[in-house]
Design a binder for this molecule. Structure first.
Ligand code: NAD
Length: 479
């Protein structure tokens, strides 16, 4: 049994009261690790450590911070296989993705963050008159709390911590209780690299340790990737202290296929790495509503069915596996409950719907859900409006551009959308009128660093980037 500890003030420590939580391998249903069940005392200790480290870290020349961030990138590169295996064991995200995509991508991201340290200290000069000058200074907030979910812990950890540290903040990361072993292992490795207190990691339940962190007067900035409900809870909890917030929340993203599209590419784009494969649909930008132009409806349903039948669910540590399990018993209950809801609401099942051992008989304890496709003409169904966060897509036909836009925007969420068409005019119009933070045209789920990533409506606001972790101060100098 692997035992992990918190990182507080450069020391690896258990929760103050010694409590632990079990971490379950979702492919087997077995407990494989223990993590600290931290609480208020641990939150207090982490804030104290981060505050103590702030003057030296923020006072260091920016290029000094870049030097440390490049060393972090080296840790990612040097421990890629180990970290990828831990994450795959912990949350079921297939090794093909954690090892081949996430770890190289995050090594790159820490290098990019190191290259952006100067952006965080760049200001502007305004000549106000012959003897009067205005200027702006960018400053870090102070202590930044980064709260992350379980679906891609290494990636979400990096997207927040790298930029917050680059900007000169000290950081406390609160990973998700369902899967945080990879982040706690990173804590062990980074304790050797970063000055004490600059990065702190405390695991535990949201209400036990996340909430005291959010409320703490010594915390100056909060960034959450998680559910809309948690975003709302954090907004309420931080209201008295008026904390700046960044929220990357849920989605119910439409993936819209027009009859003039390259249908081969579109069929792949709406299935592989969209709502199936990769993370078994447990991605915020999952294209969980597939909108299909009626002239190509039958052909697209056939093509999607054929591609989905090739998806291989098996041990996520096997490099030939293309889709893994659902992360936890709780999430498995949630996804399977939507299969029942779909039946009651009258959505039609095209394929899938199988769960548990009937999907992967060799791993009967795993939380398996087969790729599933439903169809309906009614976008108001719960399966069209609520985030299922599993490999369950709903296909909806449409006749006109106006109708496709109306269905797409008829959602409380606004994270992302995909568009498959060869018509540039149509693409321009949808780029303008879709109410989402990202629009992909003839591609899906590409999130290159350098472009903002975030949502609108219930999908949140702001995005993780270096300037998001700074505030501006104005100065006027008269001589
Ligand atoms: P969640 O909101 O339940 O948990 C996310 C994190 O918040 C966890 O670390 C949890 O412990 C913490 N938390 C919960 N309650 C808290 C509280 N009151 N105070 C402080 N912290 C608290 O979300 P989840 O179910 O773990 O993750 C799935 C959700 O995350 C989905 O809605 C998904 O769409 C979203 N997500 C969004 C993105 C994005 O970038 N937009 C990426 C991945 C996941």
């Amino acid at each position: 049994m692997d035992e992990y500890r918190n990182l507080i003030g450069g020391r690896l420590v258990p929760a103050a009261d010694g409590r632990t939580l079990d971490s379950v391998n979702p492919a087997t249903g077995e407990v494989w690790a223990r993590i600290p069940a931290s609480g208020r005392a641990d939150a207090e200790a982490a804030v104290a450590a981060a505050r103590a480290a702030f003057p030296a870290w923020s006072g260091m020349p920016a290029l000094g911070r870049a030097h440390f961030l490049r060393k972090v990138a080296e840790v990612f590169a040097g421990h890629a296989e180990e970290l990828a295996r831990i994450e795959t064991t912990d949350n079921g995200r297939i090794l093909r993705d954690t090892l081949k995509k996430d770890l190289p991508g995050m090594t790159h991201l820490w290098q990019i963050a190191a290259g952006q340290v100067l952006d965080a200290v760049k200001g502007e000069t305004v000549i106000l008159g012959p003897d009067s000058m205005g200027l702006t200074r960018r400053e870090p907030y102070g202590v930044a709390v980064c709260i992350i979910p379980w679906n891609s812990p290494i990636s979400t950890f990096s997207a927040k911590a790298a930029y917050a540290l680059a900007a000169g903040n000290t950081v406390i990361v609160k990973p998700a209780e369902q899967a945080c072993a990879s982040v706690l292992r990173l804590g062990e490795l980074l304790a050797e690299v970063l000055p004490p207190g600059v990065l702190n990691i405390v695991s535990g339940l949201g209400e036990d340790v996340g909430d005291p962190l959010v409320r703490h007067r010594g915390v100056n900035k909060v960034s959450l990737t998680g559910s809309t409900q948690t975003g709302q809870a954090i907004t309420r909890a931080s209201a008295d202290a008026l904390k700046p917030l960044t929220f990357e929340l849920g989605g119910k993203s439409p993936n819209i296929v027009f009859s003039d599209a390259d249908l081969d590419a579109a069929a792949r784009g709406v299935t592989v790495d969209s709502v199936y494969t990769g993370n078994a649909g447990q991605v915020c930008v999952a294209g969980s509503r597939i909108l299909v132009h009626r002239p190509v409806w039958d052909e697209m349903i056939e093509r999607i069915t054929a591609i989905a039948s090739e998806i291989r669910l098996a041990d996520p540590l096997d490099m030939t596996t293309t889709m893994g399990p659902i992360v936890s018993a709780g999430q498995y209950e949630r996804v399977t409950s939507y299969l029942e809801i779909a039946g009651k609401e009258g959505a039609e099942l095209v394929f899938g719907g199988a769960t548990g051992a009937e999907v992967v008989p060799s791993m009967p304890g795993g939380y398996w859900v087969a790729p599933t496709l439903l169809t309906t003409t009614d976008n108001s169904l719960r399966v069209c409006q609520e985030e299922i966060f599993g490999p369950v897509a709903v296909a909806i036909p449409f006749d006109t551009d106006d109708e496709a836009l109306a269905i797409s925007n008829d959602s409380s969420y606004g994270l992302a959308a995909g568009l498959w068409t060869r018509d540039l005019g149509r693409a321009q119009r949808f780029l303008r009128d879709l109410q989402t933070g990202t629009v992909w045209v003839n591609t899906f789920r590409q999130m290159p660093p350098g472009l903002p990533f975030g949502g609108v409506k219930d999908s949140g606001y702001g995005h993780d980037a270096v300037l998001e972790y700074t505030r501006e101060k104005a100065a006027i100098i008269k001589t």
